[in-house]
Design a protein around this ligand. Sequence first.
Ligand code: SAM
Length: 546
Amino acid sequence: MFTHRVAWQFAAESEEVRRFTQRLAALPYDPETWLNRGNCLRLLGYPELALGDVYKARLLVEAGLDSSSSEPELGNQVRKAFRKKTYELHTTDPAWMKFADAVATPELLARRVEEMLRRLELQIWTELMEGLMAANCCGDYVRMSREAVEKFPDDAFFPSEVANADSWYAQRVSILRASMESGEMDEEQMKVTLLNGGVYPTPYPFMEDGFLVRDEVTFEGIEEDFRRVSTNCMVVRSTIRDTPAEDGGEATTEADCIGVIATRDITAGEAVLVDTMSSGTVGVDADPNGCPTCCASPVRNFWNTCCPVLYCSQGCADIAIETFHGPICGKDFEYLYAAARKATATADFSIDALLLMRVLALCLQEGADHPLKSALLVRLTPAYGFKQPNLIIFNFEDHIQTPISILQTLGINIFTNPSYDTWVLHTIKCRLQNNKHGQTLEDWPGTSISGLYSMLNHCCSPNVDWRHDFGSSEVTMFATRDCKKGEDLCISYIGPQGNALGVVERRKKLMGWFGMPCRCVKCVEDAAVQEDLVTTLTAETANLTC
Ligand SMILES: C[S@@+](CC[C@H](N)C(=O)[O-])C[C@H]1O[C@@H](n2cnc3c(N)ncnc32)[C@H](O)[C@@H]1O
């Protein structure tokens, strides 16, 4: 009965989302519709999307209320949309018609519009608080509830939000401190966990199959690239995520899982893949001598005619102009570079923001029908945990505000262009998160994404390792032992220290990433041995008791 009710409610709210989306296509500058869709998305369990919509509602209302705004055109659009809405409401809705005098002249209507926008702004901030709580963003909730009190000093409700946020924060501190004392996490992890919330990579119900599964053409494209860059390995459809029926459960298979195998015998030390990555690579740019294309230094006198940006070679200058440079040329992304230059920890999101900007530039330059179908992104999958959901770190600034600023700097209209809606941005983020490489600040201060090396699956006893070639972003994958033709080629995602742990710890470490127990050969074997051991011990204990 309960399930039926929930399913019914879900379907109804899903339908509401569709309805609001259609309305937004007609009225993209109406903050109320963005707020309403955001509210619906939160109720459906997608706070990461809700916060995107509510933030857009906030930007619109702020522009509409500020006649001296730096974006007068946006403010005009909002007031125009809201004028029409307010007039219609007061003249056609029976509940409002008694107030029709309030919109009788253009001056009265303008005053009424302002009143309505102010009322809406309060609702927007209230919904923001709800969204932050739903996304578990405790740190943001503490900060923004205080901002709300400052912004709405006469409001009776927001001080209670501050008290609520503070007590939630204190509760989290005490829980996390206990985990720290038991050695489950270190101080840095505690800080990150306190500051951030978490959301799930999810195949949204409104996504068509083309956004969820890589088709044959995409797979053939990856095969073609492997043929170009490797003489001894190839991508294949992998069964690594298939599971046999266990404990009365059902066997599961994942048709859209790719891996890499040896196409001939390979000797230890032999390179299997040299990935130059280049266009999908960003450095911290602290080093002005770093080439914007491949991060090698020094840069030399190679440039394109559009601007004075220097590259390390003509090849890199050409790649830049063919791939990512056009959409960012002359645009002021200093706010991203400045933040990335200050990056101190490997979990710092400012380098991720540079990567997102680079990938969006690649999509725009390519002009694909949809960013998720662009040559690079179409090859990558997010880690959808089909057995256990896979939580990813999320906070308001890095996952909502910064991506929206990037779109705006790139000249994308965030209100009218549905191809860059929040679900698209979040799916891009999840695809990058699952496949990117780098960001070890001491070793190589940057991050990269490539549709080649990211095809290698993980094994706790890997037969492939990788190295950075000095002074550039080039990565070479090489065999660490002799491999037979047909053998799966895998790297380790957890390094030698992780590989050395017992199977239970290893699987625990990878569970959050894979959304299922690691299915590498070593884990499957070790788990079977452990199960046998438990069965034998249980039988022996039973005999002893008899
Ligand atoms: C970098 S991608 C590897 C390529 C990926 N299999 C694909 O189809 O695109 C990482 C993802 O592969 C899957 N994967 C890799 N190794 C795995 C393993 N040992 N057990 C379960 N899933 C694994 C997980 O879904 C993980 O999120």
